[in-house]
Structure formats: structure tokens, C-alpha cells
Design a protein around this ligand. Structure first.
Ligand code: PLP
Length: 718
């Protein structure tokens, strides 16, 4: 529907612009972005770099002019050529290495997907990972479909009041400007599948978003036949209410499976990204039981090609539902599995039988043959945490492996940096991004050149921050100090630390304020000062985290810090790019063993912004001594207060004794060679090891393909 509305208006010569706008492939290709930018630059910016909206609102004269402009047409042709060859090539990595192994795509279930700002259906790192996996799967030719939700209100927008309190604003997404296409069933129209919730039937609609060759199906309960309440079920991401959450997870897991069936998609691999999607496994067992197999045998069959990735290193973080809720929503379901109530509830019990709540991670760990954590350290922590489920095994034999997260390089790299890599590493650098040998050549880039590029990115960030502050000043009642807190007084020659992530207690956003007087001395140093930029959202129901945010915000507006501490509101993916590319150093101070992996530090490092972090998550593997800095000792649990005090002390010492002197040690042309060496080491070591390419290859090599081969072998034996 939506697509045809724009299609008719496009001049024939550039008639495929609409198709390109509806494939998020454009978002990770510089030339494709340039194409839309060239069409109408002001409108491109006004429409939030969303080509669907741009094409909807553009003046037809501009389209006509573009269709007659030889330089635009040359760019158009080259982009469309690249698009066609990349999304249809048969010689991508996966197809070449594993011809005819998969009989159907891998189905990847996730509560959130972060693809681009124009489709705000993510909250944080979990969604970014899912989005990056979809993009990389496309690049590698790995057949994959995503299953998630089309939340019309997504996650909230953040406003901070003058006294530092976070306010949540929910905006309704206009679906006509989102890069999605509705699906219709010939039989039921918008309804593609149904699930039972208590005694009622809830209909599920679906939208499709194209991400290169990956398709993501986004579920939506806002269809006419549903009650007004059920229509709101998929309105928002991560609602705190437990009952709504179980309903959402039933829609995702059970409904998602049925949507795939209705679309005639026959996955050969079923992958749950975190426990939220684990009901998918029950539904597949139910299908087998319905087809006449016994429960145990059905579980064996389902297990063989089920993959589960766990992301939560602390017990309290795991999704669990009360027995009352399970009774309410599954009393008509366990019979279909051939189970009684007790046997059913046992599937989610952490400590054998009992009446504990039903734990989604336990369900997933027992229903998936292959389970993985998301960093080496997280693997160890997970095996320890879940040893209870395999009491007869040794801890190191608990069947949870790890595949460390990675980030999709073309998405997170600044085009200015990409240009440098192309110049010094060759035009095929992206193709060889996971080859450590390629990155040796990074040392060939002259210090002056890489430093100048970094400075340019830093000025770009400053310009953007001024723009955001100005917009805030113009559009709403704000106090002048709020505008200053958005970074109006920052200076692009000063060492700038970024602390940008979800505000959660374990991430310790206020750690750097442990000793306020010492920090003031560091920040206000007459000759070698520093600045700190904060950004991040608190979950609306997380009161302690909102208090932390307020604490940080109040210090940002405190005159005593001279405007050198900034808090940027409404952190999102777009901002994340600018910040990770344009500060000097990326700070990360989670309480040890609380961060499963973390990925934002990888995004920073690949742009030459070194990581300054506690050795937790990926940094325990990534730190090499000269490619960034490690705060305090290795992973070791001690009392939280002691840990805070020790880490704050170590952080101050690093800043005072190492970062500041290194940063301000300049040659005659003002280049800090020592600092640039750290930047280069960050790039050289982080990209090949922590790119999504390495990660997705590992998922394919170590989980997907073995699972397929094993289930074939089993099938053959029978
Ligand atoms: C990368 C990213 C994250 C993940 O950040 P961590 O610091 O690894 O938790 C969260 N949100 C956004 C918008 C991101 O781009």
C-alpha cells in the first residue's frame, strides 16, 4: 500500500529509489546514503535521515531534476549495481563454504532489533546485537529471518527536567514513514496467526522489514478483530507489568512460530536471543506432539536444531514468571504437550521440583542443545551460575559455550575513518576486516592524518551537540543551565571522556564522582583540563537508576565544573554513532562480572577512540596492554563499596598519570604521537577480533552448521 503511493510519483529513470529506501541495506553503505542526501539535503536532515519519509514528502520537481542530472544518475546507477550484486550474489562467504547445508533459513527471535533510528524498536545493547547480526548475516550470505515486534511507541524518548529528573515521552510512530511493509493473508487479511491468552483468541498481524537479504518479521497485535486492550499489547518495549510481559512473550514465541508457519517458512535453525523468546521452543514441541510423537522424543527433536544465547550474568536479571501467571496462561497448553501441571512447571525450575517461579533461561537451557554466553568471562560466569541444572557434571563441563559479541563495522564506522582505511589498507578492506594481518598496515597511516581525521570527527560531534542543544532551547521551555548541560560550553581541544550507555546501577555512572574535589581539580586544571560527556536512559521503572541520573545531571549543571560536564538527552543509535566516533576516550565501569559483554567500547575502538574500562565483559579478552586502559585488577569479586572505592582511585590515577600527560604531549604541529599510538593499537587489535563478521562466522561454524549436520545424521539413523 504504502510503497505504491510513492512509486507512482517516481520518474522512471530513478524508479527503484523506493525499493532502495525500503531495504535498510542503504543504511550501511556510504554511497547509498550519499544518494539520498544528494536528492534533497535539507529534507534528508529534516526527515531524520529516513529515505521513506523523504520520498513521501519530496517536491516532485526535485525528483525530476535528479532524473535529469547526469552526476546524480551516475551515482544512482553505481549504487543500484552494488545493491543488486550484493544482495543477490551467490559467492558470499556462507554460500561458498557451506553450499546446500541449510534447507531453510535460521530463524532468529529477539524482543528488540536496532537497525536504524527510523525504526525505533530497540532499547539497548541486546537490540543492537540483533540488528548487527541481521546485517552481517546478509553480508555473509547466511540465510536468516528475524522475528520481533513492531512496537508503534517503541522505547520512550527521554527529557530531563531542570532538576535532573528523567521524564518519559512516548511518541506514536507514523507507519507510513517507517521502512516496513504490511503482510496480508489471503484468508484472514491482516491476521497472520493467532494465540490463546486465557480464554480469548488474540490475532497477530505482521510487518516485514528488509535488511539486505535478511528479512525481519515484526509482530503486531493492533489488528481490528482484537479487543482494544489486546491491540495495545505490542505497543511498547519492556513494559514493567509482569502480566503484560508474559502475554508479549507468548505472542513472540508461540505467535512468532505460527507466523513463520503461516508464511510457509521452514527454518532449519531456531535461535532464541535471550530468554524472552523461549516459548518458541514449547510451541515446536507442541507441534511435534500434535503430529503424534511422545513428549520426550519431541523435545529431543526440537533440541537438536535449537540455539540459545544468554545475555544476563546476574541471577536477578533473568526473566521469570510466577506460578500463578503460568497457571493462568498455560493451563490449556500443557495438556497439548502431553504433560501434567507439575511436569510442565518443572521445565522452568531452577532447583529441581518446587513452586518457584518459572524461569525462561532454565527453559531455554534445557530445550536448546547449543547454548552460548556472549564473552569468555561471561561463559565462565554462566557455567558457574547454571551448574545447578547439571549437578552431575563438573562446572567446566556445563554445556554453555561462548561466542564473544562483535559489532557491524560498516554500520559503526565513521565514513571519514572508512576513507582512511580504504586509502591505506586497500579498497577491499571491508572484505578482509576479520583478517588480523590486514590491520598491521594501520601503522602505515601517518600520525598527522589519523589525528586530523579524529579532530574532524570531534568537531562534528561538537557541532551536533550544539544543534541538539539549540533545538531543545527553541522547542520547549528550558532553563539556560539545561542548554549548557547539553554541552554548549565544550571545547574541541580538550581531552574528552564519553560515558554513554543505559543508566543502570551496576554500570556505575557516578563512579567518577566518588571524590568530587579530586575530580574538580582534574576537570578544571588550568593547562590540561578534561571534559566528560554523559548520555543514557534509565528504565522508567528503575527508581535507583533515575536517582543516579539525577545526581549526574545536577553535577553537569553545577557551575563548579565550568560547563565541562555535559549530559546529552535522549540517547539513541544515531547519537551513539556520533559519540563513539567523536570523543577521545570511551569510559566503562561496570561492577565486575555484571557486564555480559558490552559492545559500545568496540564501536569506539574501531573509530580510534580507545577504551578505558574495568576488565569485564569483552574487555577482559580485548585488552592487550597498549590498545586502551584497564581500570583496577582483573575480574575478582569483593564487597561493592570496596570495589567502588578501589576502582574510582584506579580511574583517577589513570587519568592523572597516564591519559592526561599522554594526550597533551604534542609535537610542534600539535600531534600527540603517544596517544595516536594507542588509537592505532585500538583499531589494529579490536576490529579483526570484535567485528560482527568474526562473530557471525562463529555462530555459523560452531553452532548452526554442526546443529544441522547432527540433526541430519540423527534423521538418517532413524
Ligand atoms: C551500542 C549501543 C548500546 C550498547 O552499549 P553498551 O555500552 O555495550 O551497553 C546501547 N544502546 C545503543 C543505542 C547503542 O548503540
Amino acid at each position: 500500500m504504502i510503497r505504491q503511493a510513492t512509486k507512482t510519483r517516481l520518474p522512471k529513470r530513478i524508479g527503484r529509489l523506493d525499493e532502495l529506501a525500503h531495504n535498510m541495506w542503504w543504511s550501511w553503505h556510504v554511497k547509498a546514503r550519499q544518494l539520498f542526501r544528494a536528492l534533497d539535503y535539507p529534507l534528508w536532515i529534516i526527515s531524520g535521515r529516513n529515505p521513506v519519509k523523504q520520498l513521501r514528502d519530496i517536491n516532485p520537481d526535485k525528483l525530476q531534476a535528479a532524473a535529469n542530472d547526469p552526476s546524480f544518475l551516475a551515482l544512482y546507477d553505481s549504487v543500484m549495481d552494488a545493491f543488486d550484486s550484493e544482495v543477490s550474489t551467490q559467492d558470499a562467504w556462507f554460500t561458498t563454504k557451506y553450499p546446500n547445508v541449510l534447507s531453510g533459513p535460521a530463524a532468529y527471535f529477539s524482543m528488540e532489533f536496532a537497525i536504524h533510528n527510523s525504526i525505533p524498536i530497540y532499547a539497548g545493547g541486546l537490540g543492537v546485537l540483533a540488528g548487527d547480526i541481521c546485517k552481517e548475516a546478509s553480508d555473509l550470505g547466511l540465510p536468516l529471518v528475524g522475528i520481533g515486534f513492531m512496537y508503534p511507541q517503541g522505547y520512550f524518548h527521554q527529557r530531563i527536567s531542570a532538576d535532573g529528573w528523567q521524564e518519559e515521552i512516548y511518541k506514536q510512530l507514523d507507519f507510513s514513514e517507517a521502512p516496513i511493509t504490511p503482510l496480508f493473508s489471503s484468508q484472514w487479511g491482516r491476521t497472520i496467526a493467532e494465540v490463546q491468552l486465557e480464554n480469548r483468541t488474540v490475532r497477530i498481524g505482521a510487518w516485514q522489514i528488509q535488511v539486505g537479504r535478511t528479512v525481519i518479521y515484526l509482530l503486531d497485535t493492533n489488528v481490528e478483530e482484537n479487543s482494544p486492550q489486546d491491540r495495545q499489547l505490542s505497543a511498547r518495549l519492556y513494559i514493567a507489568d509482569r502480566e503484560l510481559r508474559i502475554q508479549q512473550e507468548i505472542v513472540l514465541g508461540i505467535g512468532g512460530t505460527r507466523v513463520l508457519r503461516a508464511l510457509n517458512i521452514n527454518p532449519s535453525i531456531w535461535h532464541a536471543n535471550e530468554g524472552h523468546a523461549a516459548f518458541m521452543m514449547l510451541e515446536r514441541v507442541r507441534e511435534e506432539v500434535e503430529a503424534g510423537i511422545k513428549f520426550d522424543e519431541a523435545v529431543e527433536k526440537v533440541r537438536a536444531n535449537t540455539i540459545f544465547t544468554t545475555h544476563t550474568p546476574v541471577p536477578a536479571g533473568h526473566d521469570a514468571f510466577s506460578v500463578q501467571l503460568m497457571d493462568k496462561y498455560f493451563c490449556n497448553y500443557w495438556g497439548c504437550l502431553g504433560l501434567d501441571r507439575e511436569a510442565f512447571l518443572d521445565l522452568g525450575q531452577q532447583n529441581g521440583s518446587g513452586n518457584e517461579s518459572f524461569n525462561m533461561t532454565v527453559l531455554a537451557l534445557t530445550m536448546a542443545e547449543r547454548c552460548n554466553a556472549v564473552s569468555q568471562l561471561h561463559g565462565t560466569a554462566s557455567r558457574k551460575m547454571w551448574h545447578v541444572l547439571w549437578p552431575e557434571s563438573k562446572e567446566e563441563e556445563v554445556p554453555i559455550s561462548y561466542i564473544t559479541n562483535g559489532v557491524h563495522v560498516p554500520t559503526w564506522i565513521a565514513s571519514e575513518m572508512a576513507h582512511l582505511y580504504e586509502k591505506y589498507l586497500g579498497s577491499d578492506w571491508l572484505k578482509r576486516q576479520d583478517d588480523p594481518k590486514l590491520w598491521e598496515q594501520i601503522l602505515d597511516i601517518p600520525d598527522e592524518e589519523i589525528w586530523a581525521t579524529h579532530q574532524l570527527l570531534k568537531r562534528k560531534l561538537r557541532g551536533s551537540m550544539l544543534g541538539w542543544a539549540q533545538q531543545r532551547w527553541t522547542e520547549a521551555e528550558v532553563m539556560p543551565q539545561q542548554v549548557l548541560a547539553m554541552g554548549a560550553l565544550l571545547h574541541s581541544e580538550i581531552l574528552t571522556i564519553g560515558f554513554v550507555r543505559r543508566f543502570a546501577e551496576y554500570k556505575r555512572p557516578a563512579l567518577i564522582f566518588q571524590d568530587i574535589e579530586r575530580l574538580k581539580r582534574i576537570v578544571k586544571d588550568r593547562w590540561q583540563p578534561i571534559q566528560i560527556v554523559f548520555a543514557g536512559k534509565s528504565h522508567p521503572a528503575d527508581f535507583p537508576s533515575k536517582c543516579l541520573l539525577q545526581h549526574v545531571y545536577r553535577l553537569a549543571t553545577d557551575r563548579a565544573f565550568q560547563g565541562r560536564i555535559a549530559f546529552v538527552e535522549d540517547y539513541d543509535m544515531h547519537m551513539s554513532r556520533y559519540l563513539a566516533q567523536g570523543v577521545d576516550v570511551w569510559l566503562n565501569v561496570p561492577r565486575r562480572l555484571n557486564e555480559a559483554s558490552g559492545t559500545s567500547g568496540m564501536k569506539a575502538s574501531l573509530n580510534g577512540v580507545p577504551h578505558l574500562s574495568v576488565r569485564d565483559g569483552w574487555w577482559d579478552e580485548g585488552y592487550r596492554g597498549n590498545n586502551g586502559w584497564a581500570i583496577g585488577d582483573g575480574p575478582r569479586a569483593c564487597k561493592p563499596d570496596e570495589e567502588d572505592r578501589a576502582d574510582a582511585e584506579a580511574l583517577y590515577r589513570l587519568i592523572e598519570d597516564e591519559l592526561v600527560p599522554l594526550y597533551y604531549d604534542r609535537d610542534r604541529s600539535n600531534v600527540p604521537h603517544g596517544w595516536v599510538r594507542v588509537m592505532k593499537e585500538a583499531i589494529r587489535t579490536v576490529i579483526p577480533q570484535f567485528c560482527a563478521r568474526r562473530m557471525v562466522k562463529e555462530y555459523a561454524d560452531r553452532l548452526y552448521v554442526p546443529a544441522i549436520r547432527e540433526s541430519h545424521d540423527r534423521g538418517a539413523k532413524r
